[in-house]
Design a protein around this ligand. Sequence first.
Ligand SMILES: Cc1ncc(COP(=O)(O)O)c(C=O)c1O
Length: 357
Amino acid sequence: MAATARAAFGVQHIAKGIGRLSNVVLTRGAGSFVWTDEGRKLLDFTAGIGVTNLGHCHPKVTAAAQSQLSTLVHGQVNIAMHEPMLSLIEKLKPVMPDPSLDTFFFWNSGAEAVEASIKLARMATKRQNVIVMQGSYHGRTFGTMGLTKSKTVYSSGFAPFMPGVLTAPFPYCTQCAVAAGNETVGFENCCGNPIHELKVLLKQQSAASDTAAILIEPVLGEGGYVVPPPGFLPAVRKLCDEHGILLILDEVQSGFGRTGKYFAAEHWNVRPDILVMAKGIANGLPLSGIAANKELMDRQNPGSMGGTYGGNAVACAAGVACAEVMQEEKVLENVAARYIHYDLSTPYKDGLVNANW
Ligand SMILES: Cc1ncc(COP(=O)(O)O)c(C=O)c1O
């Protein structure tokens, strides 16, 4: 298909470093569909990369943003509080995967929120190192480039990165060398090697006393949409508890209903010390955040967090509307009715944690 004049203009003047799946020019979105400048109607399987969970331009979310635009657009967080953020906290608190997550910090993008979680982990623990998973995606900012391990394109040519980052294997059972040709191990009965490797890493490369956090996407997104085997995340939680390491769950992509629960952590009843959120939180308006227990969150010095647009009032108002739509339209029930159900919380036959772990 020949590119339109507008597409050609974009190709010429938009930074090549972005990279795009297509050169269509989008002019409108409604529900699951988007329209191009040539009037083509496309089913948006990407949902803007896991963002428009409630559909493009959901009427209630749009109305909330429009109304907020004529009330208060910018209430800078280091200057004052604003009403939509307080309302958003009221909406989010009851849906957190654990009631201990009662204190919030809002940012603009997922990557910024991941960076905020690392800042919190380092300051709260007074430790430096962070362990991430092979295949992880946490963003493309300077901080998160060092944490993203899904493809070299995100880091090649930009080094050096943030120091103190170590990588452990994510349990990818269908590609696991131990499971290959061995019928006794696999997704249902993981060999336990990833936890073993994590323990080895803590013995050989990053002493627990130097390790601030383990940062994990509960379902690997960019790295291949990989669901960890039952028991893996509880085993990581246990390891964190044993060593005073914080567990950060990056639910930027898996949150807000994308796995059938509000947050994927609920599938395994795993409590994160810090939960990272973005994307579906405001259905397309730029908003992200972290949640943690107040005692942990308040270990940071006042003024060490914040930024001009963090927790923007219009985005927060949209976030409030999203939370209401999730309830009113029974979105989670709808997802659950449509997906193939695996009971990921089922304990291993040997107990909560695999005997191998
Ligand atoms: C799991 C995860 N973390 C962080 C990010 C970065 O979010 P953003 O693109 O909003 O910076 C993404 C984006 O795709 C993601 O999927």
